[in-house]
Design a protein around this ligand. Structure first.
Ligand code: SIN
Ligand code: FE2
Length: 206
């Protein structure tokens, strides 16, 4: 397993999931999405739609709309609990996170060809002792990550299908985002596009 130390607290494992594991995970996610369809998140206050669509699995899910960013146990449109986190996600967390408690939320972002994600911090969690673990499937993305303040130096890396990225410790509150998707760079997803899964611990363990 190749492990690249990108910056203090940021680790990249290119090709963490092999082709077979990627296909198996993509199939499990299809079942997740049948139960919890993608929804269109909206910016707090303005209601401006995001360019990505989202869903979640695990006990909690991250949502955003006019009322703000938050975690909640129910899908905002169906009102149903989020589906269980597929076992390969729990296994990746156990192997890579270095954190002794399970993740509580897996946000699934779906990027079509023109979608992007502006620089932001992940800071809606109560426990910053836990890292954020990201897994990518489908088309590659140009991902950017900097420091804990806006406007500092950033580094850009390509996240391809099967890659894992961890940011924690000194990088837990690092600004990060997706500049663009490289359409047609993977054949994993029949519809094309990219799925990014971010696993997070939300609450402080008792
Ligand atoms: C995110 O920060 O929510 C997504 C990051 C990614 O798509 O790689
Ligand atoms: Fe994020």
């Amino acid at each position: 397993m190749i492990r690249v130390a990108v910056a203090p607290g940021v680790v990249h494992w290119p090709g963490y999931l092999d082709d077979e594991s990627q296909a198996a995970l993509a199939a499990e996610l299809q079942a997740v999405v049948r139960q919890a369809p993608f929804f269109q998140p909206r910016m707090p206050k303005t209601g401006q739609p995001f360019s990505v669509r989202m869903t979640n699995c695990g006990p909690l899910g991250w949502v955003s709309d006019e009322r703000g960013y938050r975690y909640q146990p129910l899908h905002p449109e169906t009102g149903e609990p989020w589906p269980l986190m597929p076992a390969p996600l729990l296994a990746a967390w156990a192997e890579l996170s270095g954190y002794p408690h399970p993740p509580e939320a897996c946000l699934i972002n779906r990027y079509e060809a023109g979608a992007r994600m502006g620089l932001h911090q992940d800071r809606d969690e109560q426990d910053f002792a836990a890292p954020v673990l990201s897994l990518s499937l489908g088309d590659a993305a140009l991902f950017r990550i900097g420091g804990a303040t806006r406007g500092g130096r950033t580094v850009s890396l390509k996240l391809a299908s099967g890659d894992a990225l961890l940011f924690g410790g000194a990088a837990r509150l690092a600004y990060h985002g997706v500049d663009r998707i490289l359409p047609g760079s993977s054949r994993l997803l029949p519809q094309g596009g990219r799925l990014n899964l971010t696993l997070r611990r939300v609450t402080k363990p008792a």
